[in-house]
Design a binder for this molecule. Structure first.
Ligand code: AMP
Ligand code: GLY
Length: 430
């Protein structure tokens, strides 16, 4: 299928990186990002749309005669954007709402993992009526557990508990206080695992999987993995040197069986299946599946990709992607996020951003919460404002370049971690 125009749905750094990669692969491509950011306005056409209004997105794709829709955020997939596009015969890279349940329902994900024999933490799921059973499981674990809201909760629906009282309190918050709204009326309780985390993306046509270089994001706001969780303050790829054998193992034991199970359920998954993994002393365990590219991992994974992303995505949509590990450039990519004052709480908007035009030619700046005002000046417009990504022969070299370039960027209240790409302290908690 010849691709002349693509529509990328979303407005994060991830979508900027997707647009950048598509244009790297096909410089003459026409790219629409909906709604996009201040950064995508410079390389693509931004069109305002509500990403969870599936019909509106599909209508836009039809009106603009796009050849491929690429879905960024989980909420758009869960809202049925792929279903609405498919109903109009528009090729779409991103799962149907039914297949996206692998992310939007943690109970569903655990059931899939269990039937497919995918290694994961021991678990127990239920709602308020199942309290006795849930409490029994918590007691069995000695209170060391993780309580997760079943539904989508903006990445904040996970409570790590050290003892029984804390875990019972977490159940009260879900069931009594409805801290996560309807998303937390049902919960999954899991055994508490330990070890470093790694994200692996598998691009699938519903049958086969092409796997990208692994990445690690840094979720906590402060250095040393302290403070509250955020959407991600930076990422490194690959996290621990060459990991081809590891990626092969993850494909074989995690991604392939998950894709096969979804197909057997009658919900073939076409899109990016993101496995959130923990490397425990007992081996690899899946913490979660996401039905989309990760953010900010995409901002470090795509710059290392040494194949055409556009070719892989179109092969997935056509149903003939080649299985295996995608070729990656040698070296390490480090991406450091600059966040606005107040993040991850309420953020200040409208601060003038300077210096993004003063970066080295081969250093990338992916915009997230930015907007261009009438005079063409970039201003902050969200929590995570931008991500500066640099590649180097090793992590320290990439870090030095990323931080050296980030130092040229300024806006009032800029927050960034200083340890992105460094090994994480095991077990660091706020
Ligand atoms: P999730 O959204 O399920 O990936 O959880 C978010 C974060 O919570 C993960 O990135 C981990 O840091 C932590 N987490 C989730 N599940 C577990 C677990 N079973 N044991 C320890 N930490 C976990
Ligand atoms: N970086 C974590 C995520 O995209 O869910």
């Amino acid at each position: 299928m010849g691709i002349g125009r693509v529509l990328i749905v979303g407005s994060g750094g991830r979508e900027h990186a997707l647009a950048w990669a598509c244009l790297r692969d096909a410089p003459g491509l026409s790219v629409i990002v909906a709604p996009g950011t201040g950064g995508t306005a410079g390389i693509a056409e931004n069109i305002a749309v509500d990403v969870i209004d599936a019909q509106a997105v599909a209508r836009l794709a039809a009106e603009r005669e796009v050849d491929l829709v690429i879905i960024g955020p989980d909420a758009a997939a869960a809202a049925g954007v792929a279903d609405a596009c498919a109903a109009r015969g528009i090729p779409v890279f991103g799962p149907t709402a039914a297949a996206a349940r692998i992310e939007s329902s943690k109970t569903f994900a655990k059931q899939v993992m269990e039937t497919a024999g995918i290694p994961t933490a021991r678990w127990c799921a239920g709602d308020a009526a199942d309290r006795t059973r849930l409490s029994g499981f918590i007691a069995e674990l000695g209170g060391a557990c993780v309580v997760k809201a079943d539904g989508l909760a903006l990445g904040k629906g996970v409570m790590v508990c050290g003892d029984v009282a804390e875990a019972e309190r977490a159940l009260d918050e879900c069931f009594g206080e409805l801290r996560f709204g309807d998303a937390g009326r049902r919960v999954v309780v899991e055994e508490l695992l330990t070890g470093p985390e790694v994200s692996v993306f598998g691009l699938s046509d519903g049958d086969r999987v092409r796997t990208l270089v692994p990445a690690r994001d840094h979720k906590r706001i402060f250095d040393g993995d302290r403070g509250p969780n955020t959407g991600g303050m930076g990422a490194v790829a690959p996290p621990d040197g060459a990991m081809d054998a590891f990626v092969d193992e993850v494909s074989r034991t995690v991604l392939d069986p998950c894709i096969a199970a979804l197909r057997e359920h009658g919900n073939p998954f076409v899109g990016c299946l993101y496995a959130g993994l923990m490397l425990t002393p007992d081996g690899v365990r899946v913490l979660e599946f996401n039905a989309r590219f990760g953010d900010p991992e995409t901002q470090v994974v795509l710059p290392l990709l040494d194949e055409s992303l556009l070719d892989i995505l179109t092969a997935c949509v056509r149903g003939d992607v080649s299985a295996g590990v995608a070729r990656a450039r040698p070296g390490v990519a480090v991406g450091v996020v600059a966040a606005a004052a107040g993040y991850p709480g309420d953020v200040r908007r409208g601060d003038v951003i300077t210096g993004t035009d003063a970066l080295d030619d081969d250093v990338l700046c992916f915009h997230a919460g930015t907007a261009r005002d009438g005079a063409g000046t970039f201003r902050t417009a969200g929590g995570r404002v931008l991500c500066v990504t640099a590649i180097g022969p090793d992590a320290e070299a990439a870090r030095a370049r990323a931080y050296g370039n980030l130092a040229r960027v300024h806006f009032d209240g800029l927050q960034a971690r200083s340890d992105i790409g460094r090994p994480v302290a095991a077990g660091a908690r706020s």
